[in-house]
Ligand binder design. Structure first.
Ligand SMILES: NC(=O)c1ccc[n+]([C@@H]2O[C@H](COP(=O)([O-])OP(=O)(O)OC[C@H]3O[C@@H](n4cnc5c(N)ncnc54)[C@H](OP(=O)(O)O)[C@@H]3O)[C@@H](O)[C@H]2O)c1
Length: 338
């Protein structure tokens, strides 16, 4: 077996802890699959003393995650902090520039800076991977970029935010109005620290911008996504929709036609007979329409420790196997303006 692949993990919250658990619990299985042992050498978070339910005493601790970008022994930096700018963006830029591959679950970062970071990865001949950033555990990025590589994609759409899907499902199931379900969802801890990310469709729009780039080879352009969230959905809307044979789902929709790229997130009436209509609660789903395959449908858990960490570790495994292809499956020079 070749040398261990050494990684550093910045951020030990929900996802970071999940990644540590998978890498430690499935160490031998992953080594058998990749031909390399994956070794966590260093970790970083805000509060060193916090009990995370895992043993981190065997890893170097760093108060400053940016140290990882300068460590000679680290081959992959894994960023699980969050935020489109600040430490996450600096860590991405510095790690890639210093010849380290970079894995992240951070949709805000990739939606805003994906193309620039992909260019930096190419210049330095390293990998940039972000499977966990869209639809959590559903391997939708690899499915489009690799499994559907022979297809011209016409349209990609889906339920990309589990929290709002949970809220809409619960309004219909319980007959409670938006305000009541919002309070319950807050108590369950399902909302982002900034609830606008969920409720106004921003989180779904981040994911849609990434999907557009993967599906159509366009430069990431979050600013071009039309956004409308679920704040104005009333119980009566859901009831009328049901009477007419529809359900209301917050969809992200991206399509490329002669008129150009259209990216939008808004509540939609979905026929009850459509597979996506029965995707409920925290689940996500993505539909891809391509030529010649036509429609394919993907469903799974869109968030949470296990599903998200599963996607992050899959990216690490991909790099351990030696895959270094372009982040959006086409070189940045071949990407078009959205
Ligand atoms: N949670 C999900 O289901 C999910 C799904 C898909 C994608 N994601 C994405 O995954 C990323 C992580 O999400 P999460 O839910 O794991 O977040 P989280 O639970 O809030 O964890 C964030 C972690 O970052 C650490 N941190 C904050 N500032 C830092 C800094 N300056 N340097 C180093 N560490 C710092 C925190 O430290 P302390 O623990 O000491 O406070 C914490 O461990 C985000 O980009 C998110 O959008 C999450």
């Amino acid at each position: 077996m070749t040398q261990p692949l050494k990684i550093a993990i910045a951020g030990l919250g929900t996802v970071g802890v999940g990644v540590v658990k998978i890498l430690e619990n499935h160490k031998q299985m992953i080594a058998d699959r990749t031909g390399r042992t994956i070794e966590i050498v260093a970790v970083s978070a805000s509060n060193r003393g916090r009990d995370r339910g895992i043993d981190i005493s065997g890893y170097d601790w760093s108060d400053n995650a940016l140290d990882f970008a300068g460590r000679d022994d680290v081959e992959i930096v894994v960023e699980l902090i969050g935020g489109s700018d600040g430490v996450a963006a600096a860590l991405a830029q510095q790690s890639l520039s210093n010849g380290k591959s970079f894995v992240t679950a951070n949709k805000a970062l990739i939606a805003h800076h994906g193309t620039a970071l992909a260019a930096c990865a190419e210049e330095n001949d390293v990998a940039l991977r972000f499977e966990a950033s869209v639809a959590g555990g559903i391997p939708i990025i690899k499915s489009i970029g690799e499994g559907l590589a022979a297809n011209r994609i016409n349209k990609v759409y889906g339920i990309l935010n589990g929290t709002t899907n949970y809220m809409l499902t619960q309004m219909e199931a319980t007959g409670k109005d938006y305000g009541e379900i919002l309070e319950e969802t807050k108590l369950l801890g399902y909302l982002e620290a900034d609830p606008a990310l969920d409720l106004d469709g921003i989180d779904a729009a981040h994911k849609l911008a990434i999907l557009s780039s993967v599906a159509f080879g366009v430069k990431t352009s979050f600013d071009n996504v039309y956004m409308e969230g679920i704040r104005r959905i009333k119980l009566v809307d859901i009831e009328y929709a049901r009477e007419l044979g529809y359900r209301i789902k917050l969809l992200g929709i991206s399509s490329l036609s002669k008129a150009g790229l259209e990216q939008r997130v808004h509540p939609c009436l979905v026929p009850k007979s459509a597979p996506i209509a029965i995707v409920d609660n925290g689940f996500n789903a993505v539909v891809v329409d391509g030529d010649p395959l036509e429609r394919t449908f993907y469903e799974g858990r869109g968030a949470g420790e296990g599903p998200t960490a599963s996607a992050v570790v899959a990216d690490i495994i991909d790099i351990a196997r030696g895959h270094r292809g372009p982040a959006f499956f086409v070189p940045v020079a071949a990407m078009t303006d959205a």
